[in-house]
Design a protein around this ligand. Structure first.
Ligand code: HEC
Length: 191
Protein backbone atom coordinates (compact mmCIF):
# COMPACT_ATOMS: atom_id res chain seq x y z
CA UNK A 1 0.00 0.00 0.00
CA UNK A 2 2.82 2.37 0.84
CA UNK A 3 4.11 2.02 -2.74
CA UNK A 4 0.69 2.94 -4.11
CA UNK A 5 0.50 6.23 -2.19
CA UNK A 6 3.72 7.64 -3.54
CA UNK A 7 2.65 8.30 -7.16
CA UNK A 8 -0.29 10.51 -6.07
CA UNK A 9 1.96 12.59 -3.89
CA UNK A 10 4.52 12.90 -6.66
CA UNK A 11 1.82 13.98 -9.13
CA UNK A 12 0.33 16.48 -6.68
CA UNK A 13 3.77 17.96 -6.14
CA UNK A 14 4.36 18.24 -9.89
CA UNK A 15 0.99 19.92 -10.42
CA UNK A 16 2.02 22.63 -7.97
CA UNK A 17 5.05 23.65 -10.02
CA UNK A 18 4.65 27.08 -11.54
CA UNK A 19 2.87 27.30 -14.90
CA UNK A 20 3.10 30.61 -16.81
CA UNK A 21 -0.20 32.43 -17.39
CA UNK A 22 -0.02 32.26 -21.18
CA UNK A 23 0.34 28.49 -20.94
CA UNK A 24 -2.71 28.27 -18.67
CA UNK A 25 -4.80 30.14 -21.26
CA UNK A 26 -3.62 27.80 -23.98
CA UNK A 27 -4.14 24.60 -22.06
CA UNK A 28 -7.84 23.97 -22.61
CA UNK A 29 -7.63 24.28 -26.41
CA UNK A 30 -4.61 22.01 -26.54
CA UNK A 31 -6.26 19.47 -24.29
CA UNK A 32 -9.17 19.31 -26.71
CA UNK A 33 -6.70 18.67 -29.55
CA UNK A 34 -5.01 15.94 -27.54
CA UNK A 35 -8.38 14.30 -26.79
CA UNK A 36 -9.21 14.40 -30.50
CA UNK A 37 -5.88 12.82 -31.41
CA UNK A 38 -6.40 10.01 -28.88
CA UNK A 39 -9.86 9.34 -30.24
CA UNK A 40 -8.47 9.14 -33.78
CA UNK A 41 -5.65 6.82 -32.64
CA UNK A 42 -7.98 4.54 -30.65
CA UNK A 43 -10.66 4.38 -33.32
CA UNK A 44 -8.30 3.67 -36.25
CA UNK A 45 -6.36 1.02 -34.37
CA UNK A 46 -9.46 -0.67 -32.99
CA UNK A 47 -11.12 -0.76 -36.45
CA UNK A 48 -8.02 -2.20 -38.10
CA UNK A 49 -7.49 -4.77 -35.35
CA UNK A 50 -11.11 -5.88 -35.46
CA UNK A 51 -11.04 -6.29 -39.24
CA UNK A 52 -7.69 -8.11 -39.09
CA UNK A 53 -8.93 -10.56 -36.42
CA UNK A 54 -12.18 -11.20 -38.30
CA UNK A 55 -10.65 -11.56 -41.74
CA UNK A 56 -7.21 -13.06 -41.15
CA UNK A 57 -7.47 -14.50 -37.63
CA UNK A 58 -5.65 -13.41 -34.46
CA UNK A 59 -2.17 -14.63 -35.44
CA UNK A 60 -2.26 -12.46 -38.58
CA UNK A 61 -3.69 -9.57 -36.52
CA UNK A 62 -0.59 -9.59 -34.29
CA UNK A 63 1.45 -8.32 -37.23
CA UNK A 64 -1.20 -5.74 -38.09
CA UNK A 65 -1.10 -4.42 -34.52
CA UNK A 66 2.68 -4.22 -34.35
CA UNK A 67 2.96 -2.51 -37.74
CA UNK A 68 -0.03 -0.22 -37.67
CA UNK A 69 0.19 1.11 -34.10
CA UNK A 70 3.45 3.02 -34.75
CA UNK A 71 2.28 4.03 -38.25
CA UNK A 72 -0.96 5.53 -36.97
CA UNK A 73 1.02 7.34 -34.26
CA UNK A 74 3.27 8.77 -36.98
CA UNK A 75 0.27 9.86 -39.08
CA UNK A 76 -1.14 11.71 -36.07
CA UNK A 77 2.20 13.35 -35.41
CA UNK A 78 2.51 14.43 -39.08
CA UNK A 79 -0.96 15.95 -39.18
CA UNK A 80 -1.12 17.56 -35.70
CA UNK A 81 2.44 17.97 -34.38
CA UNK A 82 1.43 15.87 -31.37
CA UNK A 83 3.76 13.01 -30.47
CA UNK A 84 1.61 9.99 -29.67
CA UNK A 85 2.26 6.50 -28.39
CA UNK A 86 1.01 3.73 -26.13
CA UNK A 87 2.54 2.55 -22.90
CA UNK A 88 1.78 0.16 -20.04
CA UNK A 89 3.01 -1.17 -16.68
CA UNK A 90 2.99 -4.70 -18.18
CA UNK A 91 4.64 -4.43 -21.54
CA UNK A 92 4.43 -6.50 -24.65
CA UNK A 93 6.85 -4.43 -26.72
CA UNK A 94 9.75 -3.04 -24.60
CA UNK A 95 9.92 -0.06 -27.00
CA UNK A 96 6.68 1.13 -25.36
CA UNK A 97 8.25 1.38 -21.89
CA UNK A 98 7.01 4.33 -19.79
CA UNK A 99 9.37 7.07 -18.62
CA UNK A 100 9.24 8.08 -14.92
CA UNK A 101 6.42 10.57 -15.39
CA UNK A 102 4.34 8.07 -17.39
CA UNK A 103 4.94 5.35 -14.80
CA UNK A 104 3.68 7.64 -12.02
CA UNK A 105 0.55 8.43 -14.03
CA UNK A 106 -0.06 4.74 -14.81
CA UNK A 107 0.25 3.92 -11.10
CA UNK A 108 -2.13 6.75 -10.26
CA UNK A 109 -4.62 5.37 -12.84
CA UNK A 110 -4.49 2.00 -11.04
CA UNK A 111 -5.26 3.75 -7.75
CA UNK A 112 -8.13 5.64 -9.33
CA UNK A 113 -9.51 2.38 -10.78
CA UNK A 114 -9.26 0.74 -7.34
CA UNK A 115 -11.13 3.74 -5.90
CA UNK A 116 -14.00 3.05 -8.30
CA UNK A 117 -13.39 5.47 -11.17
CA UNK A 118 -14.48 4.42 -14.68
CA UNK A 119 -11.35 3.68 -16.76
CA UNK A 120 -13.17 4.68 -19.98
CA UNK A 121 -12.95 8.38 -19.12
CA UNK A 122 -9.74 8.37 -17.08
CA UNK A 123 -7.18 10.97 -18.14
CA UNK A 124 -4.40 13.14 -16.75
CA UNK A 125 -2.57 16.16 -18.14
CA UNK A 126 0.19 18.42 -17.06
CA UNK A 127 1.93 21.49 -18.46
CA UNK A 128 5.65 21.03 -17.95
CA UNK A 129 8.94 22.56 -18.90
CA UNK A 130 11.15 19.97 -20.52
CA UNK A 131 14.10 19.93 -22.94
CA UNK A 132 14.17 23.71 -22.81
CA UNK A 133 10.54 24.29 -23.84
CA UNK A 134 7.00 24.19 -22.46
CA UNK A 135 4.89 21.23 -23.35
CA UNK A 136 1.61 19.68 -22.43
CA UNK A 137 1.67 16.00 -21.61
CA UNK A 138 -1.55 14.05 -21.74
CA UNK A 139 -2.38 10.47 -20.88
CA UNK A 140 -5.61 8.55 -21.28
CA UNK A 141 -6.29 5.11 -19.84
CA UNK A 142 -6.98 2.23 -22.25
CA UNK A 143 -9.48 -0.17 -20.73
CA UNK A 144 -9.21 -3.85 -21.68
CA UNK A 145 -12.35 -4.78 -23.61
CA UNK A 146 -13.69 -7.95 -25.18
CA UNK A 147 -11.66 -7.71 -28.41
CA UNK A 148 -8.45 -7.35 -26.43
CA UNK A 149 -8.89 -10.69 -24.63
CA UNK A 150 -7.82 -12.61 -27.76
CA UNK A 151 -4.24 -11.38 -27.29
CA UNK A 152 -4.12 -9.95 -23.75
CA UNK A 153 -6.57 -12.15 -21.82
CA UNK A 154 -6.21 -14.95 -19.30
CA UNK A 155 -6.92 -17.72 -21.82
CA UNK A 156 -5.00 -16.85 -24.96
CA UNK A 157 -5.25 -19.56 -27.64
CA UNK A 158 -2.13 -21.73 -27.92
CA UNK A 159 -1.15 -20.67 -31.47
CA UNK A 160 -1.67 -17.00 -30.57
CA UNK A 161 0.44 -17.36 -27.42
CA UNK A 162 3.24 -19.04 -29.39
CA UNK A 163 3.17 -16.37 -32.12
CA UNK A 164 3.30 -13.63 -29.47
CA UNK A 165 6.23 -15.24 -27.68
CA UNK A 166 8.18 -15.62 -30.92
CA UNK A 167 7.84 -11.92 -31.60
CA UNK A 168 7.94 -10.70 -27.97
CA UNK A 169 10.00 -13.16 -25.89
CA UNK A 170 9.55 -11.02 -22.73
CA UNK A 171 5.80 -10.51 -23.22
CA UNK A 172 4.13 -9.46 -19.94
CA UNK A 173 0.87 -8.33 -21.50
CA UNK A 174 -1.38 -11.35 -21.02
CA UNK A 175 -3.55 -12.26 -18.04
CA UNK A 176 -5.86 -9.23 -18.26
CA UNK A 177 -9.60 -9.32 -17.61
CA UNK A 178 -12.21 -7.01 -19.08
CA UNK A 179 -12.47 -3.73 -17.19
CA UNK A 180 -8.83 -3.65 -16.13
CA UNK A 181 -6.51 -0.96 -17.47
CA UNK A 182 -4.39 -2.40 -20.26
CA UNK A 183 -2.25 0.72 -20.59
CA UNK A 184 -2.55 4.30 -21.76
CA UNK A 185 -2.20 6.55 -24.74
CA UNK A 186 0.52 9.07 -24.05
CA UNK A 187 0.89 12.35 -25.88
CA UNK A 188 3.37 15.21 -25.89
CA UNK A 189 2.49 18.52 -27.48
CA UNK A 190 4.90 21.45 -27.63
CA UNK A 191 3.34 24.78 -26.54
C1 HEC B 1 -4.33 -9.63 -32.46
C2 HEC B 1 -3.70 -9.47 -31.18
C3 HEC B 1 -4.02 -8.23 -30.37
C4 HEC B 1 -5.24 -7.76 -30.01
C5 HEC B 1 -6.62 -8.30 -30.37
C6 HEC B 1 -4.98 -6.61 -29.17
N1 HEC B 1 -3.65 -6.39 -29.04
FE1 HEC B 1 -2.73 -4.98 -27.92
N2 HEC B 1 -0.94 -5.56 -28.59
C7 HEC B 1 -0.74 -6.59 -29.51
C8 HEC B 1 0.63 -6.55 -29.97
C9 HEC B 1 1.25 -7.47 -30.98
C10 HEC B 1 1.25 -5.47 -29.30
C11 HEC B 1 2.65 -4.95 -29.46
C12 HEC B 1 2.59 -3.80 -30.45
C13 HEC B 1 3.90 -3.13 -30.67
O1 HEC B 1 4.84 -3.82 -31.08
O2 HEC B 1 3.96 -1.91 -30.42
C14 HEC B 1 0.22 -4.87 -28.46
C15 HEC B 1 0.46 -3.78 -27.64
C16 HEC B 1 -0.52 -3.12 -26.95
C17 HEC B 1 -0.30 -1.94 -26.14
C18 HEC B 1 1.03 -1.17 -26.00
C19 HEC B 1 1.78 -1.49 -24.76
C20 HEC B 1 2.61 -2.74 -24.84
O3 HEC B 1 2.36 -3.64 -24.02
O4 HEC B 1 3.52 -2.86 -25.72
C21 HEC B 1 -1.49 -1.60 -25.61
C22 HEC B 1 -1.77 -0.44 -24.69
C23 HEC B 1 -2.46 -2.55 -26.11
N3 HEC B 1 -1.83 -3.46 -26.90
C24 HEC B 1 -3.81 -2.50 -25.82
C25 HEC B 1 -4.75 -3.30 -26.45
C26 HEC B 1 -6.17 -3.14 -26.26
C27 HEC B 1 -6.82 -2.12 -25.34
C28 HEC B 1 -6.78 -4.06 -27.06
C29 HEC B 1 -8.26 -4.23 -27.29
C30 HEC B 1 -8.97 -3.10 -27.84
C31 HEC B 1 -5.74 -4.80 -27.74
N4 HEC B 1 -4.53 -4.31 -27.34
C32 HEC B 1 -5.97 -5.84 -28.60
C33 HEC B 1 -1.66 -7.51 -29.91
C34 HEC B 1 -3.03 -7.37 -29.77
Amino acid sequence: MRQMIFPSLALAAMALTHTPLWAQDDTEARLEQARGAVQQFAQSLQNELKTAVEEGGPVHAIDVCSQRAPEIAQEISDSTGIQAGRTSLQLRNPDNAPDDWERDVLNAFEERLAAGEDPKTMEHHEVREDDGGWQIRYMRAIPAGELCMTCHGTEVRYDVEQALLRKYPDDQATGYSEGQIRGAFTLVQPM
